[in-house]
Design a binder for this molecule. Structure first.
Ligand SMILES: NC(=O)c1ccc[n+]([C@@H]2O[C@H](COP(=O)([O-])OP(=O)(O)OC[C@H]3O[C@@H](n4cnc5c(N)ncnc54)[C@H](OP(=O)(O)O)[C@@H]3O)[C@@H](O)[C@H]2O)c1
Length: 337
């Protein structure tokens, strides 16, 4: 079968189409005929061994997001049938509950092979069904960015109707967070480097917007937008470069979900504000199978659709990665198998 893998050495140049034997489902496993995959920021780092020694030895099939249709069911699997459309979970050993070292130890397209393959064999315990109304490309976006946003907004964030949530940028995680926060009846402030993207964020439900390039001191502006007291929740994807502004935007007792480090990974912020404002800094690393199931139920009931920026063909993965690296996208970039 055809796969896209980092083959002989860790570098962008070694990300190539390759051949692997077609796998067969064993006891407790199912086989998926893959339909679509989706990209995440981390997929840009994987070919350079950006996650260090915990990464699998080569060759490594890339990408952590994907959806497939079950075409083989192994002995002892009762929960799924041939024809079901399912996503493999981002973490293969985090079915439910709080994070632990074991739960966080194996993720697709990093420590174990990912979704850019014609077929995947997956333990039935590592799967979740997808909402029926979603197109394949939309469903492929759910395991990483959507579950991360769900855990930030719902599981850990406990956002309530009437809260104000600030989301940074218009990438995958931020737009899912915007959509989940609106689903819960919150007010959303969205930042972006582009006025055009902010217009689209408003169409998606953002109540207020700030261009973080033309307004570098956006933290105070966001606080004023939230009645002068500050926002209840910040979905932080910038890290070092954005946390100082997030600490100005958040209300006393509010939460900052620490998700990404697009603007640097070293702590360089007025930590006194964390103390004196009782701010909760909550680290998030995707989420569990239980998070996926709760999220998929909410998406099915609400009819929400993930924002897909563009769909590329399987062989166009390098072009799709260039598009992601350019930052021109709004929402998710997908691959049709
Ligand atoms: N912890 C986790 O579980 C987890 C899960 C998924 C992703 N992440 C991390 O979260 C970050 C975002 O991931 P993603 O997949 O959503 O990426 P993405 O789709 O590539 O989105 C990136 C967007 O972030 C915005 N951005 C970039 N620099 C910014 C800055 N300095 N301030 C504010 N916004 C900025 C830009 O939006 P505009 O173009 O609108 O300016 C950009 O388009 C990455 O660091 C990723 O590794 C973490």
């Amino acid at each position: 079968m055809r796969v896209f893998q980092v083959d002989t050495a860790w570098s962008d140049d070694n990300l190539r189409i390759g051949e692997r034997p077609e796998p067969t489902a064993g006891p407790g496993e199912v086989r998926l005929k893959m339909l679509a995959s989706a990209l995440n920021y981390r997929d840009l780092l994987v070919p350079r061994r950006g996650y260090g020694s915990r990464m699998k030895t080569l060759p490594l099939i890339v990408l952590s997001d994907g959806v497939g249709r079950i075409d083989q069911v192994g002995r002892g699997v009762d929960a799924y049938r041939i024809g079901d459309r399912v996503c493999p979970l981002f973490f293969s050993s985090w079915p439910a509950g709080d994070p632990s070292a074991d739960h966080l130890s194996h993720s697709l397209g990093c420590e174990i092979d990912g979704t850019m393959a014609e077929y995947m064999v997956v333990p039935a315990s590592m799967l979740a069904s997808v909402p029926a109304h979603l197109e394949d490309a939309e469903a492929a976006t759910l395991p990483t960015a959507a579950v991360t946003a769900w855990r930030a907004i719902v599981t850990e964030g406990r956002v309530k109707p009437g809260d104000t949530v600030l989301v940074q940028g218009t990438g995958g995680v931020a737009l899912f967070a915007l959509q989940f926060a609106k689903m819960l009846g919150a007010t959303v402030i969205c930042t972006s480097s582009s006025d055009e993207k902010l217009k689209r964020a408003r169409a998606l439900g953002a109540d207020d917007t700030i261009n973080y390039l033309s307004t570098p001191e956006w933290g105070r502006v966001a606080r004023d937008m939230a009645g002068g007291v500050g926002v209840d929740h910040v979905v932080e994807v910038g890290g070092q470069g954005t946390l100082p502004q997030s600490l100005r935007a958040v209300r006393p007792g509010g939460t900052i979900s620490m998700i990404g480090v697009l603007a640097g990974s070293v702590m360089d912020a007025p930590l006194g504000l964390v103390v004196t404002r009782h701010v909760r800094l909550q680290g998030i690393t995707v989420g569990s199978g239980e998070d996926f199931v709760a999220m998929a139920r909410a998406i099915a009931r609400s009819g929400m659709r993930p924002v897909v920026d563009r769909v590329f063909e399987f062989a166009q993965l390098p072009e799709a990665m260039h598009h992601l690296a350019s930052g021109r996208h709004f929402g998710k970039i997908c691959i049709r198998h």
